[in-house]
Design a protein around this ligand. Structure first.
Ligand SMILES: Nc1ncnc2c1ncn2[C@@H]1O[C@H](COP(=O)(O)OP(=O)(O)OP(=O)(O)O)[C@@H](O)[C@H]1O
Ligand SMILES: [Mg+2]
Length: 206
């Protein structure tokens, strides 16, 4: 029986997810929780090896989806489920909403197929809260351009990113009690403040 908490961070490349993680971790830790911070695809040795393949090798969009869920199965079995069973708070930089956004929304993989895989791999496991860092496409592209060498996904065009953003916003609309949308197209300090309030609110409820 899961007793821990599960928070996921979502949003387009360059939206700011990774930037805010250290603050989120220390805020939750100062509330007395043990935090396990992880990411997808990845989070275990094998899943990180799958991440390398996923981020750098060209493949059919359904192969990509299957590999994402293979990595996720490993991640849940080795990291997320044990942490939840211990009562820890898990923070994952991306999770299944990213599969719906990237593979279904931007690459047109069937939502029904993803739903089958989700049920198979996760059973009842769902995040308790998902923070969506929302930015306009041009902001995402500009931040990435100045931050690092792009991987396979980050080299996609504006149309891809537009579909991605819309798919994320549609997920948030579909699951309004789980999602918190943060306008990440604001100065870093303002975004950090909104993230802090969001986490504070979550901590009050656990
Ligand atoms: N609010 C902001 N204003 C200006 N720059 C920002 C803001 N948030 C993040 N950045 C910068 O944008 C870049 C990308 O941020 P970050 O790596 O946190 O994005 P990400 O959402 O984790 O992306 P990815 O999904 O590709 O890992 C970094 O250089 C970061 O410093
Ligand atoms: Mg990141």
């Amino acid at each position: 029986m899961a007793v821990g908490k599960f928070i996921t961070l979502e949003g387009m490349d360059g939206a700011g997810k990774s930037t805010h993680i250290p603050n989120i971790v220390s805020q939750i830790e100062s509330h007395g929780e043990t935090v396990v911070c992880t990411r997808e695809p990845g989070g275990t040795k094998l899943a990180e090896e799958l991440r390398e393949i996923l981020l750098h090798k060209a493949m059919h969009a359904e192969t990509e989806t299957l590999l994402m869920f293979a990595a996720r199965r490993e991640h849940i079995a080795k990291v997320i489920a044990p942490a939840m069973a211990r009562g820890d708070c898990v923070i994952s930089d991306r999770f299944t909403d990213a599969t719906y956004a990237y593979q279904a929304g931007a690459k047109s993989v069937s939502v029904d197929k993803i739903t089958v895989l989700e049920k198979w791999v996760q059973d009842e496991l769902q995040p308790d809260m998902t923070i969506l860092f929302d930015v306009p496409v041009e902001v995402s592209i500009a931040r990435l351009a100045s931050a690092r060498t792009p991987d396979k996904f980050e080299r996609e065009d504006a149309e891809f990113f537009e579909k991605l953003r819309n798919a994320y916003l549609a997920r948030a609309k579909q699951y309004p009690t789980r999602f918190r949308i943060i306008n990440a197209n604001q100065p870093l300090k303002t975004v950090a403040k909104e993230v802090k309030v969001t986490i504070e609110d979550f901590l009050l409820r656990i």
